[in-house]
Structures are given as structure tokens and as C-alpha cells.
Design a protein around this ligand. Sequence first.
Ligand code: ADP
Ligand code: MG
Length: 674
Amino acid sequence: MSTTDVLDMTIDGVRGIGAKRAAVLNEAGIFTLADLFWYRPRRYLDRTRTVPIARAPVGEEVTLVGRVRGMNFVPGRRPRFVLVLEDESDDISCTWFSGGRYMQKNFTEGDELAISGKVDLFQGRRQMVHPEYEFITPAGEAGLLHTGGVVPLYTSSADMKERGLRSRGFRRLMRGALDEFVEQVADGLPAEIRTRQQLMPLVQALRTIHFPASIMEAENARRRLAFDELFYLQLRLARLRARRRERPEGIAMAQSQELVPQLLRELPFALTAAQERVVNEIVADMGLPHVMNRLVQGDVGSGKTLVGLCALLTAVENGFQAALMAPTEILAEQHFLNIKSLVQPLGLQVILLKGKQRVSVRRQLQEALSSGSAHIAVGTHALIQTEVEFARLGLVVIDEQHRFGVMQRGALYKKGEKPDMLVMTATPIPRTLAQTLYGDLEVSLIDELPPGRKPIRTARRGVDRREAIFDFAADQMRQGRQVYIVYPLVEESEKMDLTSAVEACQELSHGPFAEFEVGLLHGRMSAEEKVEVMEAFKAHRMDALVSTTVIEVGVDVPNASVMIVEHAERFGLAQLHQLRGRVGRGGEQSFCILISHQQGVGEGTDSGERLDAMVETQDGFIIAEKDLEIRGPGEFFGTRQAGIPEFKVADVLRDEPLLRAAREEADRQVEIEA
Ligand code: ADP
Ligand code: MG
């Protein structure tokens, strides 16, 4: 067998694995030798750190190893199963109040077990209630009781357990397979990289991850295997980037000499250093003859719109049309009005394309695009409908890109002749993942907020404080500020027991907000109605806006300084962060008040953790990381981000330094290849 394909060998080729065992392993997702070698121990039992039963400290969490001396099922009002475990020093009883008689079937007298849990005293004797347990050695075999060292404990699915493939059997099988084949595994990682990154050889890492001499050695092995995963992914992405740079099939655009400088002169403020740096990065990239594929990350309120606008103007000055796509009509409308007021003085024509426009209007707008008379098109996904044609689309900017699918992004790209692409996001994705997910994009980071922004004071409150909160909001409005009150979405199909935004609006405008103009915005209003309300609020013809989450992304009303979120426990963390980002956009002190209506949204619950995270930090990166931690990658990305790579060893949260190293090495490698 050649060294390259030994890892592809199916496991039935391993001595000791027959058809029956192979079937069990297959069910656990292990088909090839690679699957087997990369099947990591769930944890390690460090025998150098376990204590004799007699010395197990009462009241503390410990792991103990012993043999099953006896078992007993005690029926009665509170039936329980008791198992006595002994070593040379003493014994301890393990008690389960669940599982009943059937627990007995799991064990045989003489089995060697590791148990983990808290040691109590019960009638003067040591006991553990509901310990976690793991089989070490079956009855009748020489065990580990007398060995020091580290024992790998594998996840064995219930099925594997049932069919007799417990940790012990698995360890033996792994040992055999390693002894037989691991030396044939080729280490594809260039030796210089291994040396530079102080990584152990692959063969050694595979042996060590399963049979380490110490926990530290196991971690070193894990580090090597994690690096491989990250490195090969980064290498693929780096090659993609390099290929794109080499192929001069895009458009090379010159730096704007008129439009952008003119825009910047008109602005009442200067760009932040971060905005300026990012604009320069974009312009330099647009200046190259390849297709730009760049991601701008910047927290809510960091001023991404202007950065995008500078790119749009650069394209226009080069004789191209440019398009800006936003995920909601409200946002598209806002961008449109904002951009129009800024660029009309420059003599440019901006149009807005959205869902429900009259056919005659629509035709006129499409004509403006296909004839080339319109310079900038702002819109929702109405922009990507088949009838929409551009005369010469040179740049596509996508705002809040995480709201769009990959397909939609691609569709807009296809409206042009290899236009440059700029996607913008308020980083709902941790840095590590951005690198992984968007590794084929160049990344620009706006890591600074405009000056004079005061931190938003954030508080979580129970529903009992509602009255006081609305009094506070009224007080803010008397001082000339504006207020958002946000409710979870009203679903027509579901009868939710929530105070709907509609009712709340009634209640507020007749009660605590009687002296103010209160507006209402929700998903079931028509697009025109929504836009009308938004415009009224923006122009301060309205003091308070009661809304469902339709305002979540992008909305920019700098005079609004209070964000009240009702049923805050129902919102996701990224959503709460986005909502809070609607305030704190002007110079005034802003407030975000999260009202939870659920009793006991407290310690230890996900929603409690989310609200705590909101109070603790305003940093979008930290929030995103926290969010990922609470939900786990699967749910965090959900259907939104298909194609997230699954790592077997690397941990996207903890392995950030390793990821950075892998990316650097990948870039270096691609340079060598070139
Ligand atoms: P986001 O990054 O969330 O899309 P926006 O582009 O909506 O942020 O900008 C937020 C607010 O900050 C807007 O009101 C915008 O006019 C303002 N702004 C943007 N850049 C600056 C700057 N350099 N100085 C002051 N205010 C700015
Ligand atoms: Mg924005």
C-alpha cells in the first residue's frame, strides 16, 4: 500500500476489526483509517492526578478509579441503584435515583470504572450521587489501577456501548491500528513550517493524541492536528486570492480626483482615521486590474455607509455605474435619501429600486439604468431581478451582507462585466470565523467609532419597572430626544402571548406618552407606509417609534437616544446588539433598556447570559464571540451561513492565534509557489 492512500483504507482492513465491529464504527462516522486516527478522545483521565478513594476530599469534584465490588437496587418510595466501587484504600458508594433496575445491566462485578463527581458523606461513608462514569477495563482483565499515566476516554455513543465497544475496547483497537499503520502516514506539512511553528511531526501527533504521556503532551499533539486543519483551509483560500490577483480580467480604476474630495469637503465632519485607511485600501484594490472581492467589517455606527459611498463615487468617476444593495426597504430608502442629498450637488443621478413600485415608475428607472443615465442605483433585492440591466456596472456594494445569501450576491455581480465587489457587515461574526468563512476575501476593518460617541448606558430590568422606564423615556423626549420601543415580531399565524406593538402603541399614546407624537412601524405595513413613518421619525415629526424588529439593521437617526427593548429575553444577542446600535449615533448620552418579561431570566439560562453580555460590553466582536459561545457554531450560523467548514480538532473560538499563524504560513507558501 502506498503511503498516500493508507489513510483512505477502510477500517475493516485493520487487524481485529471484523464486519460487526466495522458496522458499529461506521455508525459513529468512522469509515477510513483517517476517520479512526482523527477520532479524538473526549477527555483524558490523568492517573497521576487521581487520588485513592480513602483520600478523596469530601465536598469536592474528583475523579476516582476503582473496581465494582457490588450492586444493589433498593426499591421503595425513592427507588435507587447503588454501586460500590473499591480500590486498595477504601470504597465508595455511587447512587442513582434514576434508571432503576436497568442500571444494573450496565455493569459487571469486577469492571474497572472511573467516576467523576462530588464526594459527599452519607451516614459517615463516602458516596457520590449521579457520578459520571466511564469504563476503563472490563472484569477479569488486568486494569490500570496500578499504572500512572494518562488514559484516553473516547466518546462512545450509546450504540457503541451496547455493542460492547466501550472505551477499553476502543483503546485497544486504536492502539493496534496505530501500531500497524501510523508509520505509513505521510506528513504533508513542509518541514520549515513545522519547525517555525514548533509543531510535532504528524505521526507523533497521531500517536500522542491517543496515548499521551501527559496532558500537556496531548495538548501539543492537538495543536499540531488543529494547525493542519487550519493551514490547509487557509492555503486553499490563499491560492484563490492569489489566482484572482493574477488574472487581470477585472477593471482597473483610477483614484477619484473630484467626486470623493468634493464629497469629503461637503461633509460636516472629517473621516475617522479608520474610515480613511479603509477607503484607501478599497481604492488601491479597485485600482488593480483584478476583480476586487473585499469585506468591510465595522461595528454598528462605525460609519460604513460613507466608506461605501466613497467606493461608489470612485467607480462613477471612472465612467461606470455603481450599485448599493441593502437587505430591507427601510434601509434601502434611508441609503437612497442620504446618498441623494450628498451626491446630487455633485451632479449625479441616483435612483431607488425596490419591491412594490408602479410599473410605469419601474420602467422609467430600468430605462435610466440600461441607458446609463443613472449613475448610482440603490435598492433591495429588486436590483437583481432579471429585467434590471445596467449599461456598465463597475462596482457592487452590499450592505449588511450577512443578510443575503451567496446566490443573491452572485446575481448582482452578474449584472456587470466583472464588477468589483465590496461587502459590508457589522461583524456579527467573530474574527476567527471571518477569516475562515471569508478567507477568500480581502478584509478591511473599521476599528474605530466617530469621535464624541458616548458609551451607551445599558441596563436590564424586570417588567415591574416598566412604568418608571417609560417615565424616564418621557423625560428624555421632553429634552428633545427621540425614543424607540421595540417588540418581538408579530406573527400572524401564531397567537403569541406577547403584548403586540400595536397594542403597546395604543397604550403608550393614551398613557405615559400622551403629550408626544407616537408612531408605529411593523412588518405587515406596506412598504410606502413604513417609509413614511420612518421619514416622519427621522424629521422629528414623531418623538417615539414603537416598532417590531424591522428597524434592526442600518437605521440611522442620530437624535434618537433611548432604545427600549420589550421581551428582551426573546431576542438573540446579535439582534440585541444591532438594536442597541440604533442609538448612540449622535453626541447625546444614549440609553438602552432591556426589559425581560419572563420570570427567572437569570443566572445560567441562555437568555440571562445574553442580557448580561449586553450590559457588560458594547464591543461587537466580543458580543459575537459570546453569541457563538452560547449557541455553538451550528446554531450560530444556522441556515444563514451554509458552507462553514467543520473542524474535527481546531476550535474556532480558542484557536485564534493558531489560525493567524496558519494564515501567515499559507500566504508565505503561496508566495513560494508563485
Ligand atoms: P454603520 O457602520 O452602522 O452603517 P453609519 O454609516 O450608518 O454606520 O453611520 C453612523 C452615523 O455616524 C451616521 O449618522 C453617520 O453620518 C455618522 N458618521 C459617519 N462617519 C462619521 C465621522 N467620521 N464623524 C462623525 N460622524 C460620522
Ligand atoms: Mg450601516
